[in-house]
Design a binder for this molecule. Sequence first.
Ligand code: GTP
Ligand code: MG
Length: 232
Amino acid sequence: FYVTDIQSQSKFEEALIYLKDIINIVSENHIKNFQLLILFHKFDPDIKNRSDIIQNQRFLESKITKIIGNLKFWIYKTSIYDITTLSKAFSDGVFYATHKSKMFQALLKDYMGKTFNSATLLLDQNCFIIASRSTNEDYQRICEEIAPRLTRALEKLEEWAINTVDIVTTIEFPEKHSDFQKEGIIFLRKLDITKTRFYLVALCLNKKVKIRAYEYLPILADNLKNLLESFE
Ligand SMILES: Nc1nc2c(ncn2[C@@H]2O[C@H](COP(=O)(O)OP(=O)(O)OP(=O)(O)O)[C@@H](O)[C@H]2O)c(=O)[nH]1
Ligand SMILES: [Mg+2]
């Protein structure tokens, strides 16, 4: 992770020198596996469209691209006032690099192939994204953005001793090139597997897909259980 304060223009030069130093010490051997997550931090929701902030972003992006050369990097805009932005960056940086994550990813691929879901996220009990797949980046982002609140609602109900299995919301999409609305569904489903809590968030473009998504949940849960056991 390389974190820089998007609001602190006077510190940009210093921050870029620091980045150069990091790149210089990445040894040849590590370059293949090296990936840098760059956080433009303090990208607060109330100022994210301000022209000076956008200018800062463009300035840093162009400088950073030049400094980094061929190394792999991703830019995230983060703020403590939008926790989703941080949990997404953290999930990507911490989980995606691991061997385990590839296996979780494979389970989701299998699940999506059977159900025709348009986006599926697997979250741990802290709402960090362990794996995600989608047919469309927007659908994935929608799920990522609402997941923390959905899990929070479920946990709140549990505090009232109300056992909540899922939260389902019906959504309407404007259909391209027509006046019709497609009716879809997003659901959050709790999966307690042995002692581990997972959450699944899925976006389905229609009710038939949702039925399939539920039908295959036991299989997914079983696969998750086997995977967890294989880690022990
Ligand atoms: N607006 C905003 N403030 C944040 C965010 N994340 C952390 N902070 C606040 O930023 C402060 C720390 O950053 P700075 O004051 O820049 O600290 P620093 O970079 O160590 O010190 P300086 O050299 O003075 O910039 C703390 O008060 C945090 O609460 C964020 O996303 N948005
Ligand atoms: Mg600072």
